[in-house]
Design a protein around this ligand. Structure first.
Ligand code: 1HN
Length: 354
């Protein structure tokens, strides 16, 4: 009988904890402090062949304009309870802008980039500087820079948006403001002012202070990315160091001011795997989204194989085991929250040896 009384007293204690807004550690220690990360987010693949037609349908049905601001369709990680988050820290979306449409100018405390899978003809105007968008380009709109997108052609265009919306949201640091920029009246040269100032390899302008927290170079052009990857693989063939692994070249997009990541919260990289090459299985603290830029292959995520083709997107939660296999030559764009993890000294990684 004494035991029953203890239990009811214990139950009453827990009820009283709840009534006073308290929770004991001892019932939750394993969830609060697991031995290794236990992300709620799932490793997940989205097919471009599913995404793109849906974006086209949204293009026909949903206007883009003031209020909604962007026709962006977010990847909602199936582990994250219906939130429009690709990973706990990263937002990823397909944005679709129809012929002659404009996505109005605004600014916000979230950092953003665009990566272009296909098409051209959209100008993104970053703080008054028109930046052309073309296949393979990485375009930056750092926190609090005004930006609007203008399609000046008769063809629609779609691209990948990456933002730190979930992270900034957890930190309750969201700020937003409408802007008034127009493309009309602005000259639209092939090279933006930012590229003319900052886009020369290893050369920075004297007497111009560039931002150290986010890159002042708002466009990283595919011709440079492609050349850097090709050169790394050639060097490896000649027996010189430089490549990320056998048949694997990788580059990180860097701030020309100091070599840091292009945005304070988001790392961006491009990878190239030779036909048949394998990036061996590893785990990292940091969540990522990958997009297949070209070619085909497979991601083996915690032992589960998913085939990937051009345009497909893959979310990899922190500490998820990831192996990548190329069929034909495989070009991959990746973005991650690694700069945050590293600044907090939370970075760890493990190669999985079989
Ligand atoms: C935004 O400004 C863009 O500028 C894309 O293209 C997606 C999602 C939420 C809030 C602002 C863009 C966005 C966004």
């Amino acid at each position: 009988m004494a035991g029953v009384e203890v239990d009811t007293e214990l139950e009453r204690l827990y009820e009283d904890f709840g009534r006073h807004g308290l929770l004991p550690l001892w019932t939750q220690r394993e969830d609060l402090m697991p031995v290794t990360p236990r992300p709620a987010a799932a490793a997940h693949r989205w097919r471009w062949r599913d995404l793109y037609p849906l974006a086209q349908r949204a293009g026909a049905l949903v206007p883009v304009g003031r209020g909604g601001e962007r026709r962006a369709i977010a990847l909602a990680n199936p582990g994250l309870a219906g939130l429009p988050h690709a990973t706990p820290t990263l937002w990823a979306a397909v944005q679709y802008l129809g012929a002659r449409e404009t996505a109005p100018a605004h600014r916000h405390s979230q950092n953003a980039f665009r990566f272009v899978l296909e098409g051209e003809g959209v100008w993104t105007v970053v703080d008054g500087d028109p930046v052309a968008m073309r296949r393979g380009d990485l375009l930056l709109t750092p926190a609090w820079a005004f930006h609007g997108h203008h399609n000046t052609t008769d063809e629609p265009m779609a691209w990948l948006d990456g933002l730190d919306i979930p992270l900034v949201g957890y930190l309750d640091a969201n700020f937003f403001e409408f802007g008034e920029e127009r493309l009309s009246g602005l000259s639209t040269p092939d090279r933006s002012r930012a590229e003319r100032l900052w886009g020369h390899p290893g050369l920075v302008p004297v007497g111009v202070a560039g931002s150290a927290i986010s890159s002042p170079l708002s466009a990283y052009r595919w011709e440079h990315t492609d050349a850097a990857l090709a050169a790394q693989l050639e060097l490896a063939d000649e027996g010189h160091p430089g490549a990320a692994g056998p048949g694997h070249a990788a580059i990180r997009f860097a701030n020309p001011v100091n070599g840091d990541d292009v945005l304070p919260t988001i790392r961006t990289e491009m990878h190239r795997l030779r036909p048949g090459a394998v990036r061996s299985a590893r785990r990292e603290v940091s969540s990522s989204v990958w997009q297949v830029f070209d070619g085909s292959g497979a991601f083996v995520l915690d032992g589960v194989r998913s085939e990937v083709d051009r345009g497909d997107l893959v979310a990899v939660p922190s500490w998820g085991e990831t192996e990548i296999r190329a069929n034909d030559r495989l070009d991959l764009f990746r973005f991650s929250d690694a700069p945050v993890i590293e600044r907090l000294r939370l970075n760890q990684s493990a190669e999985i040896v079989r």
